[in-house]
Design a protein around this ligand. Structure first.
Ligand code: EPZ
Length: 420
């Protein structure tokens, strides 16, 4: 296994381009199961999770190859409806093959994804949603086994105790596009990645409206064709670079970004004292003055994204004053707190809250990544830690960030990879 080593103390300067969105490309790849015709996905990021999804598509009867950011998906003669545990358990997002398999073949057997360090991550809303389309669903020996003589449109409220569900919305949408009649999803997830999936489905011939809002309406059609689609930029990667600029008191131009997808983060960072210059597809980010602590609560989109919670905690850890970070989507998403405290941060966890008392500096240290966004948080802390920080288990990072160390080196960071 590899680790990343970082010499802290360099102010980042220059330009960096953001890759395509992980959380858009994964369900869009699953959606190619809805047709036998060829699909071409452009601006796809080369990530561990994308390669896992390509393996799953091949196991389900597709040819799926990636070359320089372009993924071509075509069909083979053999079809499978079975997504097995060893693949699904490595990546929760693979559970979103359930909807397209049902939409296309009216049956599916998909392993339950299981939990991960950020939470138990149930799938009750997914099951509730597909049952509303007339699907018989049983959970047997760790698998969801679903059958439908035929799918019929229906109405379903998809809000759970933590709000809407991104992948449950994706699954229900992908099952409903080939169902008979109209489907209405209430309390649908509004994330840009859900809207991007809907745009791809519409290019395939689906009839969808309201995507990106809490009410999505789908009119079933008989057949979907192949399509070509360019993935939207990854707003979480863009947000991570915004914080990298601020935490090092640098000045970075982030290209290939839709600032409209980052409203809550931009608002919070401006409140803290960041200078953020918006342009059509780029953001320039620098500290206007000494930063102030801010309080953050994560919420479903357009609220502050849970996937940016660990990263902003790194910034608050070295911002004088007290900030309270409340995690409302995954109340246990605080594995990064202990590692930041090992670097000299003063963070106290109280249930879903982390109380952060800013310190003058962090000390470089050997730390361990536990999940994707915690890894990013530790890299950010290493950029300003005094001395050397080594982040181990960086396969977590490689799941969701394409060439992160090269991109940071391009901004002047002293960061390199070593064998554990
Ligand atoms: C998506 O996960 C993202 N992953 C996550 O990003 C992101 O953190 C999450 O949405 C929230 O924005 C992908 O898109 C591949 P949810 P998803 O269903 O869809 C609860 C990253 O770092 N819930 O929106 O699995 C759930 O436990 C990853 O890129 C139920 O209770 O998340 C959570 O508390 C991490 N029942 C909340 O809802 C269900 O049936 C939101 O989860 C489903 C979810």
């Amino acid at each position: 296994m590899d680790k990343l080593v970082i010499e802290g103390g360099i102010r980042l300067k220059g330009e960096v381009a953001v890759s395509g969105a992980k959380n858009a490309v994964l369900p869009i790849l699953a959606a190619t199961l809805l047709t036998d015709e060829p699909c071409l996905i452009k601006s796809a990021p080369n990530l561990r999770d994308v390669n896992t999804m390509l393996k799953i598509l091949r196991a389900l009867g597709k040819n799926a190859e990636m070359d320089k950011g372009k993924i071509s998906v075509t069909s083979t003669k053999n079809k499978s409806f079975f997504a097995d545990y060893k693949l699904v358990s490595t990546m929760r997002a693979s559970f979103c093959v359930l909807g397209p398999l049902l939409g296309r073949f009216k049956k599916a057997k998909v392993s339950l994804p299981g939990g991960c360090v950020i939470g138990i991550r149930p799938v009750d809303l997914h099951i509730k949603g597909i049952r509303a389309l007339g699907v018989q669903v049983n959970v047997e020996s760790g698998y969801v086994v679903a059958n439908a003589p035929r799918l019929k449109g229906g109405s379903v409220y998809l809000g759970g105790i933590f709000g809407s569900s991104v992948l449950a919305t994706d699954n229900v949408m992908m099952a409903a596009v080939l169902a008979r009649g109209k489907t209405v999803i209430e309390s649908a997830a509004c994330e840009p990645e859900v809207a991007d999936l809907a745009e791809f489905l519409i290019k395939m011939g689906a009839r969808i409206k309201g995507h990106g809002t809490p009410i999505i309406e789908i009119e079933g059609v008989a057949h979907l064709k192949g399509a070509t689609h360019t993935i939207i930029p990854d707003r979480i990667e863009a947000g991570t670079f915004m914080l990298a600029s601020l935490i090092t008191r640098g000045d970075v131009l982030i290209k290939n970004v839709f600032y409209q997808h980052l409203g809550a983060l931009i608002d919070k960072l401006e409140e803290a004292g960041a200078g953020i210059v918006k342009a059509d597809s780029s953001l320039r980010v620098y500290p206007k003055r000494r930063l102030r602590p801010v309080n953050v609560t994560t919420l479903p989109y357009p609220g502050f994204p849970t996937d940016m919670q660990a990263q902003i905690m790194s910034l608050m850890a070295i911002t004088a004053g007290i900030s309270v970070i409340t995690e409302k989507i995954y109340p246990d998403r605080f594995m990064h707190v202990a590692e930041l405290n090992r670097m000299g941060a003063r963070i106290q966890r109280e249930g879903p809250h982390a109380i952060v008392e800013g310190v003058k500096y962090l000390s470089g240290a050997p730390v361990m990544a536990s999940d994707l966004r915690a890894s990013a948080c530790l890299v950010l802390a290493g950029l300003i830690g005094k001395g050397r920080t080594s982040v181990s288990r960086i396969y977590h990072l490689e799941r969701g960030y394409e060439n992160l160390e090269e991109k940071l080196r391009g901004l002047g960071a002293r960061i390199w990879r070593e064998k554990e």
